[in-house]
Design a protein around this ligand. Structure first.
Ligand code: GLV
Length: 344
């Protein structure tokens, strides 16, 4: 059996039959290798190609013509132009829950299915949200830097004094799967949780936080955590005006999408002291990060790692492979994202 790996794929190479003498059952293009086992092992009957780098729109368009299934990351731009170049594409399987990198309307217009990996990364992302919240509230990264730099000169009453979570109000923007998982954790720390979102509160779920208006959430929350998808409605939701309406001294946590926040306005709100701090896992122009954020002790920064646990990433790979195989075998995928859905 001749299979390929990320190491030996040469972009543009026509590919060999997966089984000697038998034509490959289709071409699967992944932009990056996924956690082991390799895609070639999981999909032996297909011609699996792995680019091994993050393609831009032109690079993806140049690779897509004879591809039947495309496996993408959140940073891969599956635009209308890329989709227009595909002659055989049946599925774009995003190795992520968010699908804002894919033009779903263009895919739907060509009968191409878009799938994602919902549910399995809920706990991992909620854990990282709490990690950022605790890190910023208790100045963990500042403390780490201080100790490493030899700056720990002994216990002192005013050393790295932070904030307590107990008794504080957490405002969840987007009480979906991840937002509710954060709410559960935050209650364990003694926080009261309120939420703003378009889904009504599930009356039979006592853990589902009560809904309030956006204005009330901004006014009352000591901490706001974002869990909405990025779309035309939510882009720049936390702009200068919104940030100014947040409670003075409050904290902002974002493990959803960078485009929800106007980063330049966030820097101003932090520098003026209006906001107490921010914990960010995602950025407006990833992987670029505003230098002013890099220089600030009031922020804790992570490199878009919400789902980055070994367990979750393995399960995401399994889901992606399962739906690719189903669609290329003529079956319905298990996790199709509707064209107009904006779920994250
Ligand atoms: C990560 O950001 C994801 O959407 O899965």
């Amino acid at each position: 059996m001749a299979t390929r790996s990320s190491e030996d794929f040469v972009s543009g190479d026509p590919g060999e039959p997966a089984v000697e003498g038998a034509p490959a059952a289709g071409v699967v293009l992944a932009t990056r290798a996924l956690p082991e086992p390799s895609l070639s092992t999981l999909l032996p009957e297909f011609d699996v190609r792995v680019l091994g780098y993050g393609p831009n729109e032109d690079e993806l368009a140049a690779e897509i013509e004879d591809v039947d299934a495309l496996i993408t990351l959140v940073s891969d731009p599956v635009t209308e132009r890329v989709i227009a170049k595909a002659r055989k594409l049946k599925i774009v399987a995003n190795y992520a829950v968010g699908v804002n990198n894919i033009d779903r309307a263009a895919a739907a217009a060509r009968g191409i299915v878009v799938t994602n990996t919902p549910g399995v990364l809920t706990d991992a992302t909620a854990d990282l949200t709490m990690a950022l919240l605790l890190a910023i509230a208790r100045r963990v990264v500042e403390g780490d830097r201080m100790v490493r730099a030899g700056g720990f000169a002994g216990w002192a009453p005013d050393l790295l004094v932070g904030r307590e979570l107990r008794g504080k109000i957490l405002g969840i923007v987007g009480p979906g799967r991840i937002g509710r998982a954060v709410a559960r954790r935050a209650r364990g720390f003694g926080m009261t949780v309120i939420a703003f979102g378009r889904s009504p509160r599930a009356e039979d779920d006592p853990e589902d936080p009560p809904r309030v208006s956006f204005d009330e959430l901004l006014r009352r929350s000591d901490v706001i955590s974002l869990h909405v998808p990025l779309n035309e409605e939510t882009r720049g939701m936390f702009d200068r005006d919104t940030l100014l309406r947040m409670k003075p001294g409050s904290l902002l946590i974002n493990t959803a999408r960078g485009g929800l926040i106007d980063e330049a306005a966030l820097v101003v709100a932090l520098e003026s002291g209006h906001l107490g701090g921010a914990g960010l896992d995602v950025y407006e122009n990833e992987p670029a990060v505003l230098p002013a954020l890099l220089d600030s002790d009031r922020v804790v920064l992570m490199p878009h790692a919400g789902s980055a646990t070994a367990e979750t990433r393995r399960e995401m790979a399994r889901m992606v492979v399962e739906d690719v195989r189903r669609v290329l075998s003529g079956e319905k995928p298990l996790r199709a994202v509707p064209p107009e859905s904006s779920r994250r």
